[in-house]
Ligand binder design. Structure first.
Ligand code: HEM
Length: 397
């Protein structure tokens, strides 16, 4: 079986890393369906920064995904830069430098309540009870999406991400399901954006719909596409970072002890998690706009490109002892948040959320231990993480 197929097989979900060595033997390989898979750090970084590599699937030509309304993750410069700039006005420096930091007390308050709820028993599912509700509540607070609507978009958001992925079976069927879910999520956010336009509040959705600068603002369709993107990107990945983090710590009692003794270690630990157990294992949305020769292979114009980020972050040509989780690395350059113009928009928020919740879980759960190792995984090989992470513990501090 070809290496990519082995990685995509659900049986490989607990440990795809054992296949990555074989994958990296050829930095660029062409798959049966004509996709070019790139798996070494240097080559991935080069392509992330190459203007001949497009993120716009419409460049695939016939049969391309015709998303009615692509968001900026699926657009190239200059449209990408205009929309990302308009969104960033309400999220980060230079116009809103305080947005993420202002959410810190809310994140701690939510984390405290979620962990308090684990009291009075000795078993909990870290995914369903902590890792999922926290990022959802945070992204809802940021955007201004009422939390009580969560059941409405939870299933839709799951549908959109579970159906993503390179080269798996039933592509056409999955593509239809993904589009239907994305459309429904768009309708929901369009309604909310209209309400915010009439009566703005202090949230990001109100900012996006009402802002008009010297070069204009976002159209309604652009606001909807941007908020669908933020809602999905803002939680489906962070859940996995938190769950992967707890799993990694529980497998290493020495590490758990060190983190308890020195809570500030959580900062390099989260960075190392993004390298060692990245929630985004593949970026599968690139297209060559021209013939691109890289590592001796020519990727022809029009070919789809998949970047194996998780393999790149464990490339021994780039990082020493790549398969070891080491919080003491002097420098940690990983591909966990991507790179180039599409570098993760929400990285400061995701980092802070993961740091807060993991620090509190380590501090408050008494003698936590895994019930099943490996745990069951969510289906996606692209956005990879445990479906459940059941732990037993002696009490809650
Ligand atoms: C641990 C959590 C997260 C991980 C691992 C992650 C990872 C990534 C990666 C790898 C990309 C690059 C995709 C590409 O190149 O095509 C990306 C882009 C993006 N992420 Fe995140 N992300 C996380 C959390 C978040 C959060 C919390 C938000 C929103 C608040 C967010 C919003 C975005 C957006 C909007 C983009 C597109 C950026 C662009 O196209 O310019 N992400 N993320």
């Amino acid at each position: 079986m070809n290496v990519l197929k082995q990685i995509l097989d659900p049986a490989a979900r607990p440990d795809p890393y054992r296949y990555f060595g074989a994958l990296r033997e050829s930095p660029v390989t062409v798959q049966e369906d004509g996709t070019y898979l790139v798996s070494t750090y240097r080559e991935i970084v080069a392509l992330l920064h190459d203007p001949r590599v497009s993120s716009d699937r419409r460049n695939l030509g016939a049969g391309a995904q015709d998303d009615v309304n692509p968001s900026f993750i699926g657009l190239d410069s200059p449209e990408h830069d205009r929309l990302r700039g308009l969104a960033m006005r309400h999220f980060g420096p230079p116009h809103s430098p305080e947005t993420v930091e202002r959410l810190r007390p809310k994140m701690l308050e939510l984390t405290t309540a979620l962990i308090d709820a684990l009291r009075g028993r000795t078993r909990a599912d870290i995914v369903d009870e902590v890792a999922y509700p926290l990022p959802v509540a945070v992204i809802c607070a940021l955007l201004g999406v009422p939390e009580e609507d969560e059941p409405r978009f939870h299933a839709l958001a799951d549908e959109v991400v579970e159906t993503l992925g390179p080269g798996e079976e039933d592509r056409a069927e999955r593509e239809r399901a993904r589009k239907a879910a994305a459309m429904e999520l768009s309708r929901y956010l369009a309604g909310l954006a209209e309400a915010r336009e009439r009566a703005p509040r202090a949230d990001m959705l109100s900012g996006l719909i009402t802002y008009r600068g010297p070069a204009g603002g976002m159209t309604r369709d652009e606001v909807v596409a941007t908020s669908v993107l933020l809602l999905i990107a803002g939680h489906e990945t962070t859940i996995n970072l938190i769950a992967n983090g707890m799993l990694t710590f529980l497998r290493r009692p020495d590490l758990l002890r060190r983190l308890r003794d020195d809570p500030e270690l959580i900062i390099p630990a989260v960075e190392e998690l993004l390298r060692y157990e990245p929630p985004v294992q593949f970026v599968s949305s690139r297209v060559a706009l021209d013939d691109i020769t890289i590592a001796g292979t020519t990727i022809p114009a029009g070919a789809p490109i998949v970047l194996a980020m998780a393999a790149g972050s464990r490339d021994p040509a780039h990082v020493a002892r790549p398969d070891e989780f080491d919080v003491d690395r002097p420098r940690n350059e990983h591909l966990g948040f991507g790179g180039g113009v599409h570098y993760c928009f929400g990285a400061p928020l995701a980092r802070l959320e993961a740091q807060i919740v993991l620090k509190e879980l380590v501090r408050r759960l008494r003698a936590p231990r895994l019930v099943a190792d490996p745990p069951p995984y969510r289906p996606s090989a692209v956005l990879r993480g445990p479906r459940h992470l059941v732990v037993e513990y002696d009490g809650v501090d």
